[in-house]
Write a protein that binds this ligand. Structure first.
Ligand SMILES: [Zn+2]
Length: 1120
């Protein structure tokens, strides 16, 4: 006992005939007594007994003392006896079956020893001897888990052997059957063996069905699972999948699974069946002529070898080849909920210390950068005309903010675009709103006729039918030929247009009230201004319509929108419905109802199908196919000049039936997982709701899930990887209103035209203390201008001291929306801009503390055209920062140049931050750059390089985590990854030398910590985040230079108040608006009865209800 310490086994002495206390010496006894059969048997009995009662630990000791080798040796010597003793073999295999699973090298040992064949021969000769068969099979199962053994056993006919043992339902020998199936399953993991077993697929299916039918009490689930396990492994190869389909496997597994559904304990069977069926479901190509974007933008220069050249140099159809290669999908989890947000692997971390060190050399000569001086007028401003500024009325319309000698009139006050040859100069002749045709399209053919309500027809219905489109007639600089647009079904409707259709000039006043007056609630929103902005927006598809949500605006709901709890079995149900398409093909309509690839589309029918549309800014639906009565497959368009990046979506639906259970499937998603599997919902905007006083996007949809589907992805669109499939994002939805027009989006839309509208409104809000300048940084490839904002405080006076303080304020450089699908980034930016332009004392001191340089939309073209990731060059602009091209990536090139200019004049910004959205994580967080933290993550010896690093980069995220409820410090990372080395954050850190260079990522889903834990994120929270970012900068300022803010000590209290309640920041304006509603309601209530009195009274109710909602909204804003 002492000798073996803790691992010694009690009771050994009393049983064992040898003089030692333990099993290990037992084996020595066997070794020297191999001549005596009875002794061997006795020892084996004892050993068997010892290992059975001793458990895993005892077996472990036995293995570590070389027990396995001795046993295997015994097997060999016993096999040489003729005939071999059956009892010895039985006992030997029983012991081996216990030892094998605990010995990691068991398979190798057995092979080298030659025991493999002994066991196989024994099996072959004793197929009827069940007593001996069982331990041999158990040992064989352990042998087979080694792949080399599996192949060798297969060659020896073991696969065939197993098929002789397994059979249909029988109450006899179930344990034997179970072991044979597991052994077979292990053998079939080898593709050679799977090929051998292909012919047996019908047998396996038959046996499975037989067990399913007879095992009514579900006593043998493990046997049934064993059969499925074999099928699962055979169908890993293409031949196996074919055999499965040929043997009617889909129907058999579908039917058995459906019968299993009510019994929860049978879930493992259903899950494995579903896995097999999904794998075998014949791969289809997407129902598209090509996966290249339906729209093409001709680049002025197509760089050879670039993505666009690659895409368009391919022979026709090559990009859509259905690939049925033998992909091994074993890795795919059978479990339907599986969170594997594996952090970018360690191999992505930059290990080259020289690449990590900030590189201070400026590659560009100053002469070249000097032209950017014009964007930094504030650095040389002398305010000789200050008097004028202070005297002029603060609320002057769109006007130059700092009139200087260089200032130009409206629109032209901005610096000239850097690309002179841009097709659409910034000065677009302003189109009058009156030029918008106020007509209604009756039949969708462009025949504009004014209509009167049908007698007896509900006015509301009539109204909404009219409200199908807000469209621009002859809109935009390119849109003059509206007919160019092949899908131009425009029925241009604006507020006044509604009046026209209501059947009389007299009712215009009433009709106008149908447009929700969001301008009252949203200080930056103005529908008319929005339409005006859209006219000067250039899109590749030449959009001529305006989506209602963008026109009406979005008033964030006040109710909470919880992250959904996933309902058990949703994904399985959806997958089964997909499989039914194959089982019952006659139930499938397969009717194309919307198709951008075909001229004549959409099909107009007798109201049996939904109508789809996304011919408006940021819209990107390519095709809609009605699959069943209430189910639609939707295909998204690729980013322009690309053949992938499908994730963002924005489209319109009309012609719905109230209460019908619609199911929508977006079938060409690409990411392997999505927050739609973790509680995120889609966003919906109902026009009926909007005109009833609730103009807002709401989280909606049930039975939401995201899973791999049967549409094959060509390797060209999957980065060279073969055998990839697309993913389906599915959601169900019942509509509440008849004749509604609803919009669905991936996230809260924020168009380029919305940005332009917001900027104009912000400018109007400017106070005399605010210095605001809007420049055009450059023109984009699509002819849109990229705004650059400068925001700071005016100097207090023209004294030298003040001017000096003004010019020497540190710079903060912010950018956003380089990725068009990350609309949340724009909402955060809106919060930042609104705060910065605000009249609060905090905003004023922030402006006095810094000069803000802001590029609010780095990728306007991507946003306009409904891209998810790229610009018109077909490239991810946030991977171009190392070497941006002025022709292909103008916004990046010039933004980087601004920063290079600042570095050259020794004014590199204190903080750089690029706002993004994150589709896989929750909360808001930051990525930064730290040399030390990157080195710590790698194996580079930290002592081998001198590391001096200020920890200042952690301050801002730390402050944010203390004050912004959505922000999570735990999600932040400061490690520099190789794959990110061409991003804004890393390049600005390394090349410009900005230590506080960040990417701020906002979740698309919601929060799992802090005050918003369990809630989905909304625009209110995103805007709040943008505002809190500003307040954090003020605190950063205080921490970096506490003396300078001494004069503002009184503000610190306000600031800490603000940190506790976000609401105060945002209250004042809406509250005023709310009060502003009162007279409106009163007027309405006193209105004269009219032919539409019913409608009028309904309207009154809405306003009254609205008022109470508004009041409650604002009351709820009062800090707790
Ligand atoms: Zn991004």
């Amino acid at each position: 006992m002492r000798r073996f310490g803790g691992v010694c086994m009690n009771g050994c002495v009393s049983v064992c005939v040898c003089t030692y206390e333990c099993v290990c010496p037992c084996s020595r006894v066997i070794e020297c007594n191999t001549q005596d059969l009875q002794t061997i048997l006795n020892i084996l009995y004892i050993l068997n007994e010892l290992l059975t009662v001793g458990g895993g630990r005892r077996i472990g000791v036995f293995v570590s003392k070389g027990g396995t080798g001795i046993l295997l040796q015994l097997v060999i010597s016993a096999s040489k006896e003729s005939p071999p003793s059956e009892e010895v073999m039985l006992q030997l295999h029983s012991v081996l079956a216990k030892v094998g699973p605990k010995d990691r090298k068991f398979g190798v040992k057995a092979r080298l020893n030659g025991a493999l064949n002994v066991t196989v021969n024994l099996l072959k000769q004793n197929l009827q001897n069940h007593k001996l068969l069982l331990p041999c099979l158990l040992v064989l199962q352990v042998y087979s888990s080694n792949t080399v053994n599996a192949v060798s056993l297969g060659k020896n006919g073991v696969v065939e052997l197993m098929f002789k043992i397994i059979g249909p339902y029988s109450k006899k020998n179930t344990s034997l059957l179970k072991v044979s199936l597991d052994t077979l399953g292990a053998l079939l993991k080898s593709k050679t063996n799977a090929r051998r077993a292909v012919v047996h697929v019908p047998v396996l299916l038959y046996i499975y069905h037989d067990w399913h039918r007879n095992d009514t009490c579900h006593r043998h689930i493990l046997i049934r699972k064993g059969i499925l396990g074999c099928l699962k492994n055979i169908t890993n190869i293409k031949l196996g999948r074919k055999a499965f389909i040929d043997a009617d496997g889909m129907r058999i597994l579908y039917n058995t699974s459906t019968e299993c559904l009510p019994v929860r304990t049978l879930d493992p069977l259903i899950n494995t069946s579903s896995l097999i069926m999904r794998k075998c479901f014949p791969k289809n190509r997407l129902p598209l002529p090509t996966i290249k974007s339906v729209f093409h933008h001709q680049l002025l220069r197509v760089p050879a070898g670039g993505p666009v050249a690659q895409l368009y140099n391919q022979p026709l159809g090559v990009d859509d080849v259905v690939d049925e290669s033998d992909d091994n999908e074993d890795a795919e989890a059978e479990n339907e909920v599986e969170e594997k947000d594996h952090h970018a692997g360690n191999d992505d971390i930059e290990t080259d210390i020289n690449k990590l060190r900030p590189k201070e050399t400026h590659s560009r000569p100053f002469e070249e950068l000097k032209i950017y001086e014009r964007f930094f007028m504030e650095l040389s401003e002398d305010f000789q005309v200050m008097q004028y500024i202070f005297l002029s009325a603060p609320k002057s319309h769109r006007q130059i903010i700092v009139p200087t000698a260089q200032a130009l009139p409206l629109k032209n006050h901005t610096a000239a675009p850097l690309q002179g040859e841009c097709p659409h100069p910034a000065t677009v002749p302003p189109l009058d709103l009156d030029t918008i045709n106020i007509t209604k399209d009756q039949d969708g053919c462009g025949d504009h006729t004014h209509s009167r309500p049908h007698p007896g027809a509900g006015l509301e219905q009539e109204l909404v039918q009219g409200l199908e489109r807000v469209a621009l007639d002859g809109a935009g600089p390119q849109g003059g030929g509206g007919g160019v647009n092949k899908h131009n079904r425009q029925s241009p409707i604006l507020a006044a247009g509604v009046a026209a259709r209501l059947g009389g000039e007299g009712e215009e006043m009433l009709a106008e009230e149908w447009v929700p007056d969001t301008a009252l609630l949203l200080p930056l929103h103005d529908p008319d201004l929005y339409v005006e902005m859209v006219k000067s927006t250039c899109s590749v598809p030449q959009f001529s319509e305006v989506a209602y949500p963008d026109y009406f605006g979005h008033v964030a709901p006040t109710f909470r929108e919880h992250i959904l709890e996933r309902v058990y079995g949703v994904q399985r149900t959806k997958i089964f419905q997909d499989i039914e398409r194959l089982i019952h093909p006659n139930d499938i309509l397969d009717k194309v109802v919307y198709d951008l690839d075909i001229q004549s589309c959409p099909v107009i029918d007798g109201g049996e199908s939904l109508k789809f549309n996304s011919q408006f800014e940021s819209g990107n639906l390519r095709k809609a196919v009605q699959v069943r009565k209430f189910e639609y497959d939707l295909v998204l368009n690729s980013d322009i000049n690309s053949n992938h990046y499908h994730q963002w979506f924005y489209f319109e639906v009309s012609g719905m039936r109230v209460g019908a259970p619609y199911r929508f499937n977006i079938i060409n998603c690409e990411k392997s997982n999505s927050q739609f599997n973790y509680g995120m919902q889609v966003l919906m905007y109902s026009v009926q709701e909007a005109i009833s006083g609730r103009p807002r996007w709401v989280r909606t949809g049930t039975d939401i899930c995201y899973y791999k589907n049967h549409f094959s992805r060509s390797s060209i669109a999957a980065g060279g990887q073969k055998g990839k499939s697309y993913y389906t994002m599915t959601f169900s939805m019942t509509f509440n209103h008849k004749d509604d027009v609803c919009y669905f989006a991936y996230h809260y839309p924020y168009t380029y035209s919305t940005l332009k509208m917001h900027l104009q409104k912000l400018e109007a809000l400017r106070t005399p203390q605010t210095y605001l300048r809007e420049d055009v940084l450059c023109e984009t490839l699509g002819g849109n201008s990229c705004p650059l904002l400068t925001i700071t405080a005016m100097p207090e006076s023209t004294s030298n001291d003040q001017i000096c303080q003004f010019r020497n304020r540190p710079l903060v450089f912010l950018s956003s929306r380089v990725h068009p699908g990350e609309t949340n980034a724009s909402w955060v930016m809106k919060g930042t801009l609104e705060f910065l332009m605000g009249s609060s004392p905090l905003a004023q001191s922030l402006r006095e503390a810094y000069i803000f340089k802001i590029v609010p939309m780095l990728n306007p073209d991507g946003v306009v055209n409904g891209n998810h990731r790229c610009s018109l060059s077909g490239e991810d602009l946030n991977r171009q920062w190392q070497n941006p091209s002025p022709e292909l990536h103008p916004t990046i090139y010039h933004t980087k140049s601004l920063l290079q200019y600042l570095a050259a004049i020794q004014r590199a910004p204190l903080v750089f931050c690029d706002y993004h959205g994150h589709s896989r994580k929750k909360n808001v967080f930051m990525y930064g750059c730290s040399l030390k933290e990157t080195v710590w993550e790698t194996n580079i010896s930290a002592t081998s390089c001198e590391l001096h690093e200020d920890l200042g980069y952690r301050t801002l995220p730390k402050i944010l985590s203390q004050m912004a409820p959505a922000f999570s410090m735990a999600s932040c990372s400061f490690v520099v990854e190789r794959s990110k080395e061409a991003t804004a954050r890393v390049v600005v850190w390394r090349e410009i030398g900005v230590q506080r260079s960040y990417t701020m990522e906002s979740t698309l889903c919601g929060c799992d910590q802090g005050k918003y834990k369990g809630l989905q994120i909304g625009t209110r929270e995103l805007e709040e985040m943008g505002a809190q970012f500003c307040v954090a900068l003020l605190r950063l300022k205080r921490q970096t230079s506490p003396l300078k803010l001494r004069n503002h000590a009184h503000l610190l209290d306000v600031e800490s108040d603000l940190m506790e309640t976000r609401c105060k920041i945002l209250i004042p304006k809406p509250l005023l608006c709310c009060l502003g509603c009162v007279p409106r309601v009163v007027v309405l209530l006193g209105g004269e009865p009219s032919p539409q009195s019913e409608v009028l009274s309904a309207l009154k109710q809405v306003f009254i209800k609205d008022l109470s909602v508004l009041c409650s909204v604002h009351l709820s804003h009062v800090p707790d």
